[in-house]
Design a protein around this ligand. Structure first.
Ligand code: SAM
Length: 443
């Protein structure tokens, strides 16, 4: 797209960086606790550390992930005794990451006692179901849990409430959060939808305590493994994970303090992290005002649903090619109004305005010579291909960072919520969906 991009080394994956797909994490200790969409693998993060963390540094390097998800970057950094800083706006994902980073100090005898007490819930199938644990404001088109399953869930939530150790209570919460959709009438495909809608039968009954206990046992095994990894205590490395919007709370990070940033921001594909975690957010009481609205508005890049109906949104910076793309997009499917080109043009402009703020912030917090490795995919919106990675690189260059490298990680990616794209129409299109890592350096 740009002259700058054309000058960059364009490496296909002979670079030594392994496939970033999160699928690999399903097998790795600790990473496997909770599935999460559009992350990268622990192996990929290892490759980045090998490339960019100096072997001879006398102090513990500081690794930042501003969009931490369920903590792939930060857990790997902890295993190396690096100091970590993370931001994650979604309270469920933030809890998972915070819990993983504290897990090495969990008392296994206490965890075993809790596992046994959850197991015992099974022998009391007719016990009372405390209705106060049913979340207010949680609505679903069909009943989320069957009549046989919901009382078991309510008893489990009451049990969690009574666990005296906060960290073990959190482990039990995330064990429940990571399996709850399995025994619900909903399914991830990868967006959350009803099972009948996906051609699957309803789930009438399941042994909820047994499913949660099996997850707790997996977590316990991984904590045992963690304890053998030689992780040192807080005097040597510190871990901070903020459940907060990185764009607005980054002042929690000192200037020029970050050695390496490894992250993957939300892609411009409108994948709705907030809606897809509604079950966990509501059933684990993670929304103080019972609504996801604030989260939706603060999400990086915004959601199409939150900006499509606004007055035309313009770019906060100069970028002639992107400006032209947005202009072209705004003229498509005019008769559909907010649902056509004008709505999507607002989404694209909002997304890149956040990208612009993002590169300004990382320039401030990175140490001189420090690197940022950002995994991102392109997008095809209303049939128009937008090379998000290249635009992000341009913005970084304009703000004074050096756009050092662009590494193609995958040339085939399954997109979601991309409307009227040639991919969806099944055409033999010239440009498909790809994923790259762009590498930025602070001069
Ligand atoms: C692609 S995912 C990152 C996944 C992560 N690499 C992992 O392995 O789990 C992007 C994440 O950014 C989070 N996010 C979105 N907007 C944010 C914001 N303004 N501040 C912090 N996190 C945000 C989303 O909730 C989502 O978890």
């Amino acid at each position: 797209m740009t002259a700058i991009a054309a000058q960059l080394s364009f490496t296909t994956n002979g670079s030594g960086f392994r496939d970033p797909a999160f699928a690999e994490n399903k097998l790795a200790p600790v990473h496997r606790w909770t599935p999460w969409i559009a992350g990268f693998s622990a192996q990929f993060v290892e490759d980045v550390f090998r490339e960019y963390i100096p072997k001879t540094s006398s102090r513990s390097p500081v690794v930042l992930d501003p969009f931490a998800g369920v903590g792939t970057t930060l857990v790997q950094a902890m295993l190396h005794n690096y100091s970590t800083i993370g931001f994650e706006i979604n309270p469920y994902a933030a809890l998972v990451t915070q819990t993983k980073l504290k897990a090495v100090s969990i008392d296994l005898a206490q965890l075993d006692a809790v596992i046994r007490s959850v197991e015992r819930l099974k022998s009391d199938p007719n016990g009372t179901a405390p209705a106060k644990y049913r979340p207010h404001g949680f609505r679903s088109r069909i009943p989320f849990f069957s009549n046989q399953i919901e009382p078991q869930v309510l008893r489990l939530l009451k049990k969690i409430d009574s666990i005296p150790d906060d960290d073990i209570a959190d482990i039990t919460r995330i064990a429940f959060g990571s399996v709850m959709v399995r025994f619900s009438n909903y399914t991830y495909e990868p967006s959350l939808g009803s099972r009948p809608g996906a051609g699957k039968p309803l789930i009438e009954n399941a042994d909820v305590p047994a499913i949660v206990v099996s997850k707790l046992r997996e977590i316990r095994d991984d904590i045992t493994w963690l304890k053998r990894q030689g992780i040192v205590d807080e005097r040597h490395s510190r871990h901070s994970v903020y459940c907060a919007d990185f764009l607005n709370f980054n002042t929690l990070i000192s200037d020029s303090s970050v050695d390496l940033l490894v992250t993957s921001p939300p892609y411009m594909n409108n994948y709705h992290y907030v809606r897809n975690t509604r079950p966990q957010l509501y059933w684990l009481s993670m929304l103080p005002d019972g609504s996801t609205k604030d989260l939706e508005f603060a999400n990086f890049g915004k959601y199409w649903q939150t900006v499509r109906g606004s007055e035309p949104i313009g770019l906060d910076f100069n970028h002639a090619e992107l400006q032209q793309t947005i202009k072209d997009l705004r003229k498509t499917r005019l008769t559909s109004g907010a649902y056509g080109g004008p709505g999507w043009a607002n989404y694209v402009a909002s997304y890149f305005n956040d990208c612009h703020r993002f590169v300004e912030i990382i320039k401030r917090v990175m140490r001189r010579g420090g690197r940022a490795v950002i995994v991102i995919g392109n997008s095809i919106i209303q049939g128009i291909q937008i090379p998000t990675d290249e635009v992000l690189g341009d913005l970084a260059n304009k703000c004074g960072l050096l756009y050092e490298k662009r590494i193609v990680l995958r040339t085939k990616r399954v997109g979601s919520s991309i409307t009227t794209s040639s991919v969806r129409r099944g055409e033999k299109n010239r440009v498909g969906l790809y994923e790259t890592a762009i590498v930025l350096r602070k001069r």
